[in-house]
Ligand binder design. Structure first.
Ligand code: PMV
Length: 338
């Protein structure tokens, strides 16, 4: 039995533009998906995923990846969760060159699905790591990140950047630009996350931005401008001393860039009413910056505030169903004690 956890992430800067080859800076946070894997004697995959939905479900299905789970929960929900787990198992079977491997998998997660916190990437990373360890073939981190990226891209029809899977594997703040990935030194940032209880459809939102860029050339300029915002943010992080806590001026400058980044995402049409309500509640409470994180539409915002004021304000914001402070998690994927 092997248990591995992997962190979710927030985008400090750069979602959507990263799909067009611009740089992005996602940051792993201290909320995780955890997967326990046991090797089976047959080629079945049994998944217990009590926390992936509000109701929870347990599915068991036999044979090859793509088999039909026998459960009475909405099909899209099962497809969404199982698609990623299927792809992760397929990656392990192919990495160890044994298509007959079967696993018992137990998945728990502190990350809401489809809310911009990288829950699917965390599940994929933790599943691949746990399952490969369970069959005695642990992967080094770069290979884990690569396989997790390929699995996510396969499920999302090629529409995936390396951002979520790389941040979840490595932990900390990372920089992703096309196929290039690197870890960044960053101070502990005072993230406050607001969640509206909803989810955005990453595939549909990415497609909508693509359509907008094709019909409205200024939208393509917006993408380039996001890339410039990311580069400025990166320079700020590089120049800053990495002591804990970060200086007020660094926070103010990063926050200002987050605000600009959010405005540019809104210009691309990927913000939403509840996201705007939370962003503005955070700013009015004194957050130094606030933006949506991830694909948008609905889901989460991330703001920076070292004081308790933003948390307090979001608690009283009707659009916000959950608010929590998040820390940069430098651990990445890690084996959990039994
Ligand atoms: O909502 P999330 O966490 O899946 O993030 C999507 C981010 C995009 O840039 C829109 C797509 C991607 O794969 O990077």
């Amino acid at each position: 039995m092997t248990t591995v956890s992997a962190p979710g992430k927030v985008y400090l800067f750069g979602e959507h533009a990263v799909v067009y080859g611009e740089p992005a800076i996602p940051c792993a946070i201290d909320r995780r998906a955890t997967v326990t894997a046991d090797l089976r004697e047959d080629d079945h995959i049994r998944v217990r995923a009590a926390d992936l939905t509000l109701d929870g479900f347990t599915v068991e299905y036999a044979g090859s990846v793509g088999g039909q789970p026998d459960v009475a929960v909405p099909e899209e929900l099962v497809d969404a969760a199982m698609g990623y787990i299927d792809a992760a198992v397929a990656a392990v079977r192919s990495a160890v060159e044994d298509p007959q491997l079967g696993f018992d998998l137990t998945v728990t997660s502190e990350l809401p699905l489809g809310a911009g916190l990288g829950s699917s990437a965390a599940v994929v990373v933790a599943t691949i790591d746990a399952a490969s360890r369970a069959c005695g073939a642990p992967l080094d981190r770069r290979r884990l990140a690569q396989l997790a990226y390929e699995a996510e891209a396969a499920v999302q029809g090629g529409n995936a950047s390396r951002a979520d899977t790389f941040a979840s594997t490595m932990g900390g703040a990372v920089r992703v630009e096309g196929d290039q990935t690197q870890m960044l030194a960053a101070p502990q940032l005072p993230f406050v996350v607001g969640y509206d209880g909803g989810a955005g459809e990453t595939g549909a939102l990415v497609a909508a931005v693509r359509a907008l860029c094709e019909t409205h050339p200024p939208a393509a300029r917006v993408i380039e401008t996001i890339g410039r915002v990311v580069s400025e943010g990166e320079q700020l992080l590089a120049a800053a001393p990495h002591d804990d806590p970060p200086s007020e001026s660094l926070l103010t400058e990063l926050g200002g860039l987050m605000d600009i980044n959010h405005g540019l995402l809104a210009a691309l049409g990927v913000s939403g009413q509840s996201l705007e309500a939370m962003v503005w509640a955070a700013r009015e409470a004194g957050a130094v910056g606030a933006k949506l994180t991830g694909a948008g539409g609905a889901g989460c915002i991330v703001s920076l505030d070292p004081t308790p004021e933003t948390t307090r304000a979001l608690r009283y914001t009707p659009a916000c169903v959950e608010v929590f402070r998040a820390e940069l998690d430098t651990d990445g994927a890690r084996v959990e004690p039994r």
